[in-house]
Design a binder for this molecule. Structure first.
Ligand code: 4AD
Ligand code: MG
Length: 443
């Protein structure tokens, strides 16, 4: 039987078998220290010349990085033993080499980002990348877990779509036989049809945006979960969002404490994430940003914070604003002109809409975009025409407002941005197993 490294604690004093890959190796006289990884963690396996035959010792001494192996040994508890989670090591009794790896291109020395990205298929084995992607899988499971538990029905939405939903500037166009199609920027419009059949729904999958700028926050393919709820207004939506996001963060803290510690994440910054989150209006946010700008001395930073009412926020604005809070903050009531066509205007104040962006702390930016949707068919048609969208492609969407229209709301949470925040990593590319970026489609 094979024991996973993350279960070694249960087997102290027993002889176990591990199977995995050699992550690193050092030797000192009659000892070889092998760091072995198996997908669940990294454990130190100590080969003592006295305990094994000469050939085994020699193999261990010369084994190349990333060679695949099966190792048998006794589990010992030792606080100093390195690894993830660490604290346990194996006194090796037998070693079987499955394949001797060729010289591995990724070593302990510093590599440039382009080199690592070209070798993403190998880079994902590195501890840091492994840790981030383990957190990602927890986040994805927590997303489904919470929604399934709370009565949301997962209904898949198409990837090949006839029309834009989030603006026409970043659409990926593909040939669809004799016609054109676009890769989905969102599943929302279909979610809105689905709520009339199921009440509370979500879609969860990859979404595509031809982002032509290089930033730390934008991918061209990213995963988004989009819940949508019938008979739900904006205030009710925000309560759902804060429960949902807090659950995801706490799941990661519980299940990936080792990975997060390895990444150097300050867990105290995450354990405080619980409802309620602060809510401010766009109007107040603009005033706050202006106030921060007034107190900024660095001229470059000061000019980055320039803002007038009506502008969308850029990364510097979001970063400045979120530094005022230790929890994520909702910014509600953006100008309708900078938001998508489907957002419900505020009664008596049509220039702002019932939108809410959720901004993560520590400058991680917008992790959720959401809103109450327009429920009046005439207003919706006006908006579609104002934005010069082809009316015929949205006929079905307008239909939804004719047959039992109700107030309804929904949101989209970006998986990679959420993972980047939870892990405390600089760049969103590490939160995707195979990131797609401007100029990056390989491997
Ligand atoms: O704010 P967005 O554009 O909202 C929508 O697409 C809505 N239809 C969602 C809905 O209401 N059902 O995108 C939602 C989230 C953002 O907050 C961000 O987390 C993520 O998707 N996102 C991106 N993540 C990585 N790279 C990009 N280029 C992203 N664009 C959006
Ligand atoms: Mg948005």
């Amino acid at each position: 039987m094979v024991t996973p490294i993350n279960e070694l604690a249960k087997h102290v004093g027993e002889t176990v078998t591990l199977q995995g890959w050699l992550y690193a190796r050092t030797d000192k006289g009659k000892l070889v220290f092998m760091q072995v990884r198996d997908g669940t963690g990294i454990a130190q396996c100590v080969v003592f010349k006295r305990d094994v035959d000469e050939q085994t010792f020699d193999s261990a001494l010369h084994l190349s990085q990333e060679s695949s192996l099966v190792v048998e040994g006794e589990v010992r508890s030792d606080q100093r033993a390195p690894g993830i989670p660490g604290g346990y090591e194996l006194s090796v009794k037998a070693l079987q080499i499955v394949q001797r790896a060729e010289e591995y291109p990724i070593g302990p020395k510093e590599h440039g980002v382009d080199f690592l990205m070209d070798n993403r298929h190998l880079w994902i084995r590195s501890s840091r990348q492994w840790a981030v992607l383990r957190v990602r899988t927890t986040v994805m499971r927590a997303i489904r877990g919470w929604l399934d538990e709370h009565g949301y029905v997962e209904v898949s939405t198409p990837i090949l779509t006839p029309s834009a939903a989030e603006g026409t500037t970043n659409l990926f166009e593909v040939n669809y036989f004799d016609d054109k199609a676009y890769l989905a920027q969102t599943g929302q419009l279909y979610n809105e049809a689905n709520i009339f059949a199921f009440g509370k729904v979500y879609c969860f999958g990859p979404t595509f945006r031809a982002e032509k700028s290089k930033t730390r926050r934008h991918l061209t393919e990213f995963w988004m979960v989009e819940p949508e709820v019938a008979f739900c207004d904006l205030d009710q939506l925000l309560e759902i969002e804060e429960l949902f996001v807090s659950y995801i963060v706490q799941k990661a803290v519980q299940e990936n404490a080792n990975e997060l510690k390895y990444l150097g994440r300050d867990l105290n910054k995450l354990t405080v994430i619980s409802p309620p989150y602060p809510r401010i209006t766009y109007d107040d946010a603009v005033a706050k940003i202006k106030e921060i700008q007034a107190h900024t001395t660095d001229p470059e930073q000061k000019s980055l914070l320039d803002i007038t009412w009506g502008m969308d926020f850029g990364a510097p604005h979001e970063t400045a604003l979120t530094q005022l809070y230790e929890k994520p903050v909702f910014v509600t009531g953006f100008p309708s002109a900078v938001k998508a066509f489907y957002m419900e205007p505020y009664p008596g104040r049509a220039e702002v809409c019932k939108s809410a962006d959720l901004l993560a702390p520590e400058g991680y930016g917008e992790i959720i975009g959401g809103s109450e949707r327009i429920s009046d068919p005439d207003l919706l048609l006006t908006r579609i025409n104002e934005q010069h969208l082809p009316e015929s492609a949205y006929k079905w969407y307008i239909d939804l407002r004719k047959y039992g229209s109700v107030p309804h709301s929904g949101f989209g949470l970006g998986v990679e941005r959420t993972v980047a925040w939870i892990c405390g990593i600089e760049h969103i590319r590490e939160a995707s197993p195979y990131p797609r970026l401007l100029n990056r489609l390989y491997p």
